[in-house]
Design a protein around this ligand. Structure first.
Ligand code: NAP
Ligand code: ZN
Length: 352
């Protein structure tokens, strides 16, 4: 065991603060990574404030962070994919049973025995796993991803959650040229959704509650932008979408979007608001429309997404902040004031 610097929350109402945590020494299959950048996902905020208490109670202290890129500093004797000095990245998963049908199918995110990067039981050290708001992490090489060399590291970090969470459902639901695709909520996930839908060739419509994001949405790759609080603008798109990705973090009217789907169209929720969303049956019955969810993506698909980003030069639009500004960043997330992902420069932890 060794000590790592980190930021943790002591309880659901306390701000994140500097701390020291224990990390395991790398075992034979482990990779130790010096973390260079870690994105701030809205899931970090939901977890730190214990907003998902009924489904996933938060164990405190909590060290969030699952959008990790860094430099490999040490590898175990059986590691074949990485050597010291390589770039390595870690997303939301650090372990799974590797044998169940989901794992065999490359869907580790659905494995009953999967271990999340933070707030999951830690089978090595006891307690819970600690995430990327830290200067280092130790992870089994199966869960460490390769980062294409042409991508900026600060902008690549958010690909590990915001990237795969939007890429995976778009691939699953067949987003391609000729499809009309909506993306709801221009935050960290939504802005990646716009970039991917555009790169996959679709006609992309961005839905936002923030009129000031209109120009950015077009720059990010949207063909049209709809301010969702404007009922007339919404009505113009009734019954026309093949696929809509809903990446909103708070309560909102999902029925308004279900009505925008064509027959057999699908709306997939990736946003995970604290409270249940009421759904009107009729919106689904008429037109045989469907409503689904999607959870991050498996390890092989995450690598595929990173390689796709390397080939298309796609990264998140980031505002780089020092670790010391994390509490302020959380307040701004709650005001939808992020363009479009905070990425923490972990060099800032050295002064702690
Ligand atoms: P974020 O950066 O805070 O973006 C959320 C966006 O939602 C905001 O920028 C805003 O966009 C819109 N929004 C916020 N409050 C709203 C409201 N009251 N009504 C309508 N729109 C509102 O969050 P994120 O990191 O992208 O995460 C989004 C959600 O996805 C979170 O719930 C997160 O936990 C979840 N998530 C799920 C997965 C998964 O695997 N399924 C993975 C990661 C995250 P506009 O200003 O454009 O309206
Ligand atoms: Zn996330």
């Amino acid at each position: 065991m060794y000590n790592a610097k980190a930021y943790s929350a002591a309880n659901a109402t306390s701000p994140l603060a500097s701390t020291t945590i224990a990390r395991r020494e790398p075992t034979d299959h482990d990779v130790q990574i010096e973390i260079l950048f870690c994105g701030i996902c809205h899931s970090d905020l939901h977890t730190v404030r214990d907003e998902w208490h009924d489904a996933f109670p938060t164990q405190f202290p909590c060290v969030p962070g699952h959008e990790i890129v860094g430099r490999v500093t040490k590898v175990g004797s059986a590691v074949t994919k990485f050597k010291p000095g390589d770039l390595g990245a870690v997303g939301c998963l650090v372990d799974s049973d590797r044998t169940c049908p989901d794992c065999q199918a490359g869907l580790e995110q659905f494995c009953a025995g999967m271990t999340l990067t933070y707030n999951s039981p830690d089978k090595y050290l006891g307690g819970v796993t600690y995430g990327g708001y830290s200067d280092s992490v130790v992870v089994d090489e199966h869960f460490v991803l390769r980062v294409p060399a042409n991508l900026s590291l600060a902008g690549a970090a958010p690909l590990l959650c915001a990237g795969i969470t939007t890429y995976s459902p778009m691939r699953h639901w067949g987003v391609t040229k000729g499809k009309k695709v909506g993306v709801v909520g221009l935050g960290g996930l939504g802005h990646m959704g716009v970039k991917f839908a555009d790169a996959l060739g679709a006609h992309v419509v961005a839905f936002t509650t923030t009129p000031a994001k209109r120009d950015d949405a077009l720059r990010l790759g949207a063909d049209e932008v709809v301010v969702s609080r404007n009922a007339d603008e919404m009505r113009k798109h009734a019954g026309s979408f093949d696929f809509i990705l809903d990446a909103v973090s708070a309560e909102h009217d999902i029925n308004a979007y279900i009505h925008l789907l064509r027959h057999d169209g699908n709306i997939t929720l990736v946003g995970a608001p604290e409270k249940p969303l009421p759904v009107s049956a009729f919106g689904l019955l008429f037109g045989r429309r469907s409503l689904s969810g999607s959870l991050i993506g498996g390890i092989a698909e995450t690598q595929e997404m990173l390689d796709f980003c390397g080939a298309h030069n796609i990264t998140a639009d980031v505002e780089v902040i020092p670790m010391q500004k994390v509490n302020e960043a959380y307040e701004r997330l709650l005001r939808s004031d992020v363009k479009y992902r905070f990425s923490i420069d972990m060099a800032s932890l050295k002064s702690e």
